[in-house]
Structure formats: structure tokens, C-alpha cells
Design a protein around this ligand. Structure first.
Ligand code: SF4
Length: 324
């Protein structure tokens, strides 16, 4: 099992770095026939050099469609694994192999196998933010964009385990009226937002709309004017007539929000403590320097056994079929 660990920012042996990293990365892209896929939570420089920026569902679809020989995945480990599951013959690089995910780590495969065995009549729907081993034990994968749509397509009366995120699971239960058996996992970033500070911000900015990701706790979601996946939040802030938004998700997305709606004002929802805990420490392990070095060295590479890959592919394909 891959386990999240903090690593020093410069853990990779850098050697000589070119003066113009952007130009050097562009050259390597051509040389390798590589595509750079980046999550919205990546630092702005990485978003700016990426060929494709998206949330988990958009990136999974982009990974499934690419003709590139090399996928450089600027995101966290489970996302790069997803790209490898869909592209066994391509080289998949992750700039920092220790870029994990607290949510994925909150669902250890052995414990989940026992939980599943205790409920043999249940169908397993797993949020894409989980390891390849958990995907391999699942019937259908979902993302925050399509979780409601996927659960709605499952016949009523079929018992369902929903893993690993309990907050998204609760949100899906509310939206569908279905009773889901929830694995009690969560994301440290989305559980950090302070309900009290969001309410204070709403009082100080009465015209602002609060927008939130469904991985947030119910206490935060109840103050949201709009709840949606990262991609849905990005779209909403462009179409809403509001000029000001309190954004309760990882603040990396604000870089794109400002690009698409330059005249609007975005306020990151504050964490409970006076810290930067609303920034995903795992996503931020990737840097432009590490991305360059990964391309130059063709490493670190994502690998997995073919048995796990094939077992994880089946529920991924079901998701892609059910979310068209
Ligand atoms: S924001 Fe949360 S769910 Fe997303 S990668 Fe970071 S720890 Fe995982």
C-alpha cells in the first residue's frame, strides 16, 4: 500500500537546473511526446505549463484519451495511479512520489477488505480518491462530479457501501434519499474549514456567495449557496451574477477562477486555526523543478501489478460508461 509521508520540498537531487524551466519543460514535452495533466490544486506555475487542467473526473477522461507516450501527472499518487490503470503501456510520471492523500490513506486495503466481507450483499461504490487496491475491491468508481448521478442509477433496494469519504457519502445520501453504508474516511484539508469563520465572512461580505466542495463537513455545507465538484465550482463562479465568493475548497482553484472571472473577487474560506491547513500539503509537494526533473530522468514512475490494475480498471470503466 502507498502511504502518505511528508518529504522535504527539495528531496529530489536537483543537479543543474536550466535557467528557463518553462522552455526546458516544453522541449522535454516534444522530445518525450509527453502530456502534462495537472489538478486544479497544483501551484500556479504548474497549472500554467500544463496541457490539461481538471478535477479528478476530467483528468481521468483526459488520461483515457491521450495519444502521448508519456503522462506527467501533476497531482497526487492515486490520480497518477488512475492514469496508469487506464494506460498500462504508457510511462506515467509523478513529480514527487510521496505526494499522497490523507483521504486515500484513511481507507487501508486490509481493513476495507474485512469491512466489505462483513457486508457481502452490498455493492461497493468508491470515490476516485482511493488507492488502486481499494478500486480493485470496488464495483463502481465515482467522483464528486458524478457520485449522485451514479448512485441514482443503481436499482433501489440494492444495499450500497460508499467509501472512503464520509462527507461526500452523507451529501450523496441527502441528494438521492438513499441509505448508504459509509466508510468513515475524510480529507484533512476539507475538514479544516471553520464554520464560525465562514459565518463571520458572510456577515462581513453580505453580497458574497459561499461555494463549497461536498468533501466539506455538513456544518460548512449548510452555509453554502452552491455545492459542487471543483470543476462545477469553477463553472458556477463564472455564470453566477454574484461578484464575490467565499470558496470552501483547496485554494489552488482560485488561480483558475481569477483567470476565468478576472473582475470577480474570491475569498478563500479560512481554516479553524491560524495556519495554511486549507492548502493540500500533498498536492503542494509537486513543484516546477520536480516536474522538470521527473521528465528529464523519466522517474519517478507509477507501477502496479497487472492483477490489481485489471481489477481496478473494471469499476473505472463502469464509471466512465455511467457518467457520459
Ligand atoms: S485535498 Fe484532500 S482529498 Fe484532495 S488530494 Fe489533498 S488530502 Fe487528498
Amino acid at each position: 500500500m502507498f502511504t502518505t509521508a511528508f518529504a522535504p520540498k527539495n528531496q529530489t537531487q536537483s543537479g543543474e537546473l536550466p535557467r528557463d524551466l518553462f522552455a526546458a519543460i516544453e522541449d522535454l514535452k516534444k522530445e518525450l511526446n509527453a502530456v502534462i495533466l495537472a489538478h486544479y490544486y497544483q501551484e500556479p506555475d504548474i497549472q500554467d505549463i500544463a496541457d490539461f487542467i481538471g478535477d479528478s473526473l476530467q483528468l481521468a477522461k483526459a488520461a483515457a484519451q491521450t495519444n502521448a507516450d508519456v503522462i506527467v501527472f501533476a497531482g497526487v499518487h492515486f490520480m497518477a495511479e488512475t492514469a496508469k490503470i487506464l494506460n498500462p503501456d504508457k510511462l506515467v510520471l509523478l513529480p514527487d512520489l510521496t505526494a499522497g492523500c490523507s483521504l486515500a490513506d484513511s481507507c487501508p486495503p486490509q481493513e476495507f477488505a474485512a469491512f466489505k466481507a462483513a457486508h457481502p450483499d452490498h455493492l461497493v461504490v468508491s470515490y476516485i480518491n482511493c488507492s488502486a487496491e481499494i478500486k480493485a475491491m470496488s464495483d463502481i468508481i465515482c467522483t464528486s462530479s458524478n457520485a449522485v448521478k451514479i448512485v441514482q442509477q443503481i436499482p433501489k433496494g440494492q444495499p450500497i457501501i460508499f467509501a472512503p469519504d464520509r462527507n461526500l457519502g452523507r451529501y450523496v445520501m441527502e441528494q438521492t434519499g438513499r441509505d448508504l453504508l459509509l466508510w468513515q474516511g475524510s480529507c484533512v484539508v476539507h475538514e479544516t474549514f471553520s464554520e464560525k469563520k465562514i459565518v463571520q465572512l458572510k456577515i462581513a461580505h453580505p453580497q458574497a456567495e459561499a461555494i463549497a466542495h461536498p468533501e466539506c463537513e455538513t456544518s460548512v455545507l449548510r452555509h453554502a449557496n452552491y455545492i459542487g465538484s471543483t470543476a462545477a465550482l469553477l463553472k458556477y463562479c463564472q455564470t453566477s451574477p454574484a461578484q464575490e465568493f467565499i470558496v470552501a475548497t483547496e485554494p489552488g482553484i482560485i488561480h483558475q477562477m481569477q483567470k476565468f472571472a478576472p473582475d470577480k473577487h474570491f475569498i478563500p474560506a479560512p481554516p479553524t486555526n491560524n495556519c495554511n491547513c486549507n492548502e493540500c500539503p500533498f498536492m503542494r509537494l509537486n513543484t516546477l523543478e520536480k516536474l522538470y526533473l521527473a521528465m528529464k530522468n523519466r522517474a519517478p514512475e507509477i507501477t502496479m501489478s497487472e492483477e490489481i490494475r485489471l481489477a481496478a480498471l473494471r469499476p473505472m470503466q463502469r464509471m466512465l460508461e455511467m457518467s457520459v
